[in-house]
Design a protein around this ligand. Structure first.
Ligand SMILES: Cc1cc2nc3c(=O)[nH]c(=O)nc-3n(C[C@H](O)[C@H](O)[C@H](O)COP(=O)(O)OP(=O)(O)OC[C@H]3O[C@@H](n4cnc5c(N)ncnc54)[C@H](O)[C@@H]3O)c2cc1C
Length: 476
């Protein structure tokens, strides 16, 4: 792309939107970012590669990691956006179709659809003299005043090579391609990895395959979806004022009482304290292991013809392997030079602000120990407040720019997350919220408050009823 602003020949015409913020992606992060900018009257335009909003929650969005049985792992009570609660007839842990519907209603209610250009992928973004040159899949060229990357972190599968895989006679799939449990019928299935998706898929296999196995490299703490009848996050939220080390001690002991000794089910003992890894919120897998519908196995040694050999020397005939081995993060439409990647994660101030390039932001490039959406809302408000203060030449903008460059607060709440790439930008929700609120107060920027978004509403939420859910099986 030749970033020459005045070249007006048709193929090189550059549309000047240098007063406007470009948002890449209309998933959850892109939508809340759009709403925050709308609230402050800052012009924006969203580009979405798919034909509707909802991000990964649309199983028909090509490359989405969603599968038919997926449900939320954070509860609806702590996962809704400001001024847009999930409806009463939603269960504690809504299905993927309900979460998709929720996002479509969100976009409709706040009048975001007209600002989103669908079926348009961002191919390339470059900076020149403080402006951002954007080229789309339809070869349109734009100049924008700022960029918010909100294109998600689960679009590039991490697929390990397995010794002997060329000789393996069964099928190997990454979980991104897993959609429906029908694939397991009449087969012996092995799921590799016990993250939240891996556990869900192993349970689907347990109910549908002739026999299911799950290969687990390290021991995890499994948190049930309900504790004493309350969703686990609601239960934990009631005790958020307790120091983390006490929560770890008390919760760890409580979990041992409720869940019992998982090594009896063939799972390795955890080599870390509770909360030191991303929580596995799942009680169904334990149920399946106790019934023998899923059998726990250690790490894979090699594949051999129609079988898999495990590191404990055991061998099982396997027809299908699903690799639930996670994703590599990427921002493929921007050159590596724009983001400093550490352990496969971009180094950003408060996971949002690019330290080297002005007006370059990212939302959704973090993982945390609870529902992300309230955080997304508050983060979007912080980004919008900074943009607003710059546009008004408020002195807080200069003060905040200095923080962006040099402030590196610990956001782990004194929890020693495991030293893996995944945990390098992992944030503790309470620590993050407290720190963000402190900085925001220093700048004199307002927190979100209930009722603030009401005046933007174009319609009410009455159509958010379960009977009108989008389908999973057939195209829209
Ligand atoms: C199975 C599963 C369960 C989960 N459960 C929970 C949960 O219970 N609670 C929770 O808080 N989080 C959960 N998550 C995390 C989840 O990733 C987030 O909830 C959320 O979807 C992330 O939103 P996002 O907008 O950042 O990214 P995405 O949902 O990935 O959306 C990004 C959007 O950008 C678009 N896009 C990508 N590249 C381009 C491009 N070049 N040009 C234009 N558009 C582009 C994509 O099409 C997509 O619409 C879960 C994730 C998975 C996989």
């Amino acid at each position: 792309m030749d970033p020459v602003k005045n070249n007006q020949s048709d193929s090189n015409r550059i549309i000047d939107k240098s007063d406007t913020i470009c948002i890449v992606g209309a998933g959850p992060a892109g939508l809340v970012m759009a709403r925050s900018l709308l609230l402050k009257g800052i012009p924006f335009q969203v580009f979405e590669k798919h034909n509707d909003v909802g991000g990964i929650w649309d199983i028909h969005n090509p490359g989405s990691p969603m599968y038919e049985s997926a449900h939320f792992i954070s509860s609806k009570y702590l996962s809704s956006y400001f001024d847009f609660p999930m409806p009463d007839d939603y269960p504690d842990y809504p299905s993927n179709r309900q979460i998709l519907k929720y996002h479509r209603e969100f976009a409709k209610t706040f009048g975001l659809y007209p600002s989103i250009q669908f079926n348009t992928s961002i191919n390339e973004i470059k900076e020149q003299d403080g402006l951002w040159f954007v080229e789309t899949s339809s070869k349109e060229k734009y100049i924008f005043g700022g960029i918010v990357c909100a294109s998600g972190i689960t679009w590039s599968p991490n697929q390990p090579n397995l010794e002997g895989e060329n000789s393996f006679t069964g099928q190997i799939l990454h979980s991104v391609n897993y959609k429906s449990p029908d694939i397991f019928r009449g087969k012996r299935a092995l799921i590799v990895g016990a993250g939240n998706s891996g556990c869900d898929i192993a349970c689907d296999a347990g109910a549908n395959a002739n026999q299911a196995f799950i290969s687990v490299r390290r021991g995890y703490h499994f948190i049930p979806k309900h504790i004493f009848g309350q969703p686990a996050d609601v239960f934990g939220d009631g005790a958020h004022w307790i120091p983390n080390w006490i929560s770890q001690l008390v919760f760890g002991k409580l979990l041992k009482l409720i869940v019992g000794d998982l090594t009896k089910l063939g799972l390795p003992a955890p080599d870390h304290k509770i909360f030191e890894t991303h929580p596995i919120i799942n009680d169904q897998l334990i149920h399946n292991l106790r019934h023998g519908d899923v059998i726990a196995k250690p790490d894979i040694q090699k594949l051999e013809g129609d079988s898999v050999v495990f590191k404990d020397g055991s061998k099982e005939k396997i027809d299908i392997i699903i690799l639930a081995t996670g994703y590599n993060w990427s921002i493929p439409y921007m050159d590596q030079k724009y983001f400093e990647w550490k352990h496969g994660r971009p180094d950003l101030y408060l996971t949002l602000f690019n330290r080297n390039f002005e007006n370059l932001y990212a939302l959704g490039y973090m993982e945390t120990d609870g529902g992300a959406y309230k955080m997304f809302d508050e983060m979007a408000n912080l980004i919008a407040s900074y943009i607003e203060s710059k546009r008004k030449s408020d002195p807080s903008a200069i003060r905040f720019s200095k923080y962006i460059k040099s402030d590196t607060p610990p956001l782990n709440g004194n929890i020693h997350y495991l030293n893996t790439g995944r945990h390098s930008v992992y944030v503790n929700q309470v620590a993050y919220k407290n720190y963000r609120a402190k900085i925001q107060k220093k700048m004199g920027w307002k927190e979100l408050s209930p009722g603030q978004f009401h005046f933007l509403k174009k319609s009410n939420q009455s159509s958010l009823k379960s009977e009108t859910l989008p389908s999973t099986g057939e195209s829209k």
